[in-house]
Design a protein around this ligand. Structure first.
Ligand code: OKP
Ligand code: ZN
Length: 350
């Protein structure tokens, strides 16, 4: 299987994220990807590649993100430093937001102040934007596009091995450590490559709010997510079971929230339900936002999967019998994320 890895990922290295009133060290660190690459050296289950530089990644991103958002991201670091030259020493984090409440704030008269614009395009203060964030995120989209193209060309599986992750990024906002929604880029590229129906099965601990929102009113991309119950778990404001899609997309979104503390057996039963729904949709390809933060040792999550369970996850995905793109998402138990990721890939081989 082809593994497109992001050679620019380490350019995105946030220092601190806001958590409960203080700045804490970032969880989403370059070592996450290094551990996966180290494990791939030990167990070479795929072919490590980099995306074709000639591919039109800007066009692919523009299929799922708003042009003003992409333009904002492309120059965000320059604008951040222009706001105050000493900002170059600090990551950009938002601290003011337009609340979506009637008559409370205007969103049709965007401010010029960069700190305010960052708040306009972000939904949390846990996603530091650094000098290299755009370069890293954009190359991640190139990996997702390349993986989709490999599958369109006949490969059974392809992985976009990249960070920062993507599944929280929406049409015009960043958050949850995500800037560009790599899974959405891949799903849309599969559609644009001629496939009529594409399914997304998100197995990250956190609800894939960005992916859900991007495809919410569409019936050509079915989205399913198994995740910690948003009543207690991030991203809190989306991911409930009664969100089933809207308009033409009604019935084409499935959320399976589970309580914090859920172990493998109950999680596995939810996976079977999600896989049945995917099969019922009869997609021509599948995209799996692959989060490894369902692991029992994950420092910021609450499920209790063990390393051996990831082999079974890979086998289950393979049993769907679909051409499949995987995108690397969460997983913060840095030392184990490599083993758990490669276990999934090994499971895919049957
Ligand atoms: C991204 B992905 C922890 C606060 C949680 C956001 C979590 C984003 C997870 N101190 N902050 O879905 O793994
Ligand atoms: Zn996650």
């Amino acid at each position: 299987m082809k593994i497109f890895h992001n050679t620019h990922h380490a350019q995105h290295a946030g220092r601190q994220e806001m958590f409960r009133g203080r700045l804490v060290d970032c969880h989403e660190v370059p070592d996450r990807l290094r551990y996966v690459l180290d494990e791939l050296q030990r167990r070479p289950v795929g072919q490590l590649l980099t995306p074709d530089a000639a591919a039109d990644v800007n066009a692919a991103m523009a299929r799922v993100h708003a042009p003003d958002y992409l333009a904002f991201l492309a120059r965000a670091w320059n604008d951040w430093v222009a706001l105050d030259p000493t900002n170059a020493e600090r990551d950009a984090l938002p601290s003011v937001w337009p609340l979506a409440s009637k008559h409370a704030f205007r969103t049709d008269a965007p401010p010029l102040n960069f700190a305010a614009r960052l708040g306009q395009y972000a939904f949390d203060s846990g996603t530091p934007l650094t000098a290299g964030s755009w370069a890293a995120a954009r190359e991640g989209a190139a990996c997702a596009l390349a993986a989709a193209q490999a599958v369109l060309a006949g490969d059974r599986f392809a992985l976009a091995l990249t960070r920062p992750p993507g599944h929280h990024a929406g049409p015009n906002y960043l958050g949850g450590y995500c800037f560009i929604n790599n899974a959405a880029v891949a799903a849309q590229a599969l559609r644009d490559g001629g496939l009529q129906r594409v399914a997304v099965l998100d197995v990250d601990y956190h609800h894939g709010n960005g992916t859900q929102t991007i495809f919410y009113e569409r019936n050509d991309v079915f989205t399913a997510s198994i995740h910690g119950d948003p009543r207690t778990e991030y991203p809190f404001f989306l991911g409930h079971a009664d969100e089933r899609g809207a308009g033409a997309g009604e019935g084409y979104n499935l959320n399976l929230p589970l309580p914090r503390g859920t172990g493998f057996e109950v999680w596995w039963a939810a996976l079977q339900n999600a896989m049945q729904a995917v099969s019922d949709f009869a997609p021509q390809a599948l995209v799996v936002p692959l989060g490894l933060d369902t692991f029992e040792g994950d420092p910021i999550s609450g499920f209790k999967l063990r390393s051996a369970d990831y082999l079974k996850l890979g086998q289950a995905i393979a049993q769907l019998g679909l051409p499949t793109v995987l995108t690397f998402e969460g997983g913060y138990a840095v030392a184990e994320v490599g083993v758990n990721t490669v276990n999934v890939l090994e499971g895919l081989r049957g």
